[in-house]
Design a protein around this ligand. Structure first.
Ligand SMILES: [Zn+2]
Length: 82
């Protein structure tokens, strides 16, 4: 079912979490913009990213923050070497 919100849908919480982390890596959002959390939609019963509300606990964990930092750095290098 397509969501009336028009937002991209994720079938599982894990997929949405992965997409949330990926979006932090690939788009150079500052800490106050871009998606910061996920939620289960009342309309389509699937998961969406949201830029409102509290920050997801995963994004607050130092393990994930490190991963974001490292992946951003490696992408920087790829850009430079291209
Ligand atoms: Zn929805």
């Amino acid at each position: 079912m397509k969501c009336p919100s028009g937002k991209r849908q994720y079938f599982t919480k894990e997929d949405a979490e992965e997409a949330l982390i990926g979006s932090r890596i690939n788009f150079h959002h500052n800490d106050t913009s871009g998606p910061i959390n996920i939620y289960e939609c009342r309309d389509c019963k699937e998961w969406h990213l949201t830029s409102r509300g509290p920050t997801h606990e995963l994004l607050c964990s130092s393990e994930v923050q490190n991963r974001i930092k490292l992946e951003r750095e490696s992408q920087e290098w790829e850009r430079k070497l291209r």
